[in-house]
Design a protein around this ligand. Structure first.
Ligand SMILES: [Zn+2]
Length: 137
């Protein structure tokens, strides 16, 4: 469960818990950042705000994990670890497990949409699933 009390990321988590995907953006140069930063690396501006994005994107890369050396992940193997680019913020790359997407359907470039997974009561994390979402059984 991510720590949701860090002032740098607190708004991201609070809005995720409300099923809204936001990405930090510099108001001076309009560059998006994820994970959030304290100062814009481009211009050292501290004027950074969280901006709502659509949550549409595409798979940039992925791996299918079969490694069972970590007992904590045994129940999930094999699983996908994918990176996704956002259509509204193409330089931003987010990670996901593509829940609900069959391993055989995962492909670089596939369209995805954000979905929020409740990993603890009231704690939601952004994940991505195929677009349109696949029926979950
Ligand atoms: Zn900037």
């Amino acid at each position: 469960v991510p720590a949701q009390t860090d002032p740098l990321t607190q708004e991201f988590w609070e809005r995720s818990n409300a099923r809204e995907l936001v990405i930090q953006r510099c108001t001076e140069c309009a560059t998006f950042y994820h994970p959030p930063v304290a100062l814009c690396p481009n211009d050292c501006s501290a004027s950074l705000v969280f901006e709502s994005v659509s949550g549409s994107g595409h798979v940039y890369a992925f791996s299918i994990i079969h490694d069972t050396r970590s007992p904590a992940f045994d129940q999930f193997t094999p699983y996908v670890h994918a990176t996704v680019t956002l259509d509204d913020a193409p330089a931003v790359i987010m990670t996901t497990n593509l829940p609900g997407v069959p391993l055989s359907d995962v492909a670089i470039g596939m369209a995805v949409e954000v979905d929020f997974e409740e990993i603890a009561p009231g704690i939601l994390i952004p994940q991505f699933t195929s677009s349109p979402p696949m029926v979950r059984g």
